[in-house]
Design a protein around this ligand. Sequence first.
Ligand code: AMP
Length: 244
Amino acid sequence: MSTDAAQPQLNWVFLGPPGVGKGTYATRAAKAFGIPHIATGDLIRAEIAAGTDMGKQMKAIVNSGKLLPDAMVQEVLQARLAKGRAEGERGFLLDGFPRTRAQAEQLVQSVDVGLVLNMSLREEVLVEKCMGRRLCRHCGKNYNIADIYLPASGGRPEIIMPPLSPPPECAPHLETRADDTEPVIRHRLEVYKREATPVEDFFRQRGLLVDFEITAGIPETLPYLMPLLQSYVGRRANEPPVKA
Ligand code: AMP
């Protein structure tokens, strides 16, 4: 496969806290725009599973819940991007990277980033959504039993998120992640805020950050998200962001 010169490069980044649905939206968007969804967490887990020397070093750090040193993440990410370029991929949708300002700087030095979508959701909803996550041990699918309704208040929009209910055959096999308890979720959100603020500031200063607040479920949100993303296709670096 070769890169079609008529097709614009799409180098996009999705940022967002745990529970916002970033992985799901990233998967849908990548598919719709014909670019790979590259999650550094997945690349790292694959390296660990392969049992390489680097994978062994990574395992200890990942299991402790800390971020990996930038050089290690860069190694797996750059290898993945190089493979994509060789195969004619027309860009990427990055998820889980950059996590630090240094990573953000390295990224913009090596590629023209066209868009950084900063997904957000009110904190009380994030907690409820994380607590409502269920995984079916049998079929491997993810569900969410949280049924969320928050009325509009203080200028903030109403939030309606119906549950993503498991079918009856999954009901006996549902599991909750060990780290999806309320104190652990609140801690993860604090850590995320600390990590993400310098990254958001970095991209905002460069006019690349587009804030996108989620106020509804996936089927209701996609009809807003997809046209927004479409408006960034072909946008060259350093052009002002299109108004959402
Ligand atoms: P995730 O699946 O994105 O939650 O990532 C799982 C783990 O991989 C994280 O807890 C980190 O230890 C590591 N990791 C993933 N992405 C990065 C990154 N950009 N920088 C440093 N560590 C990372």
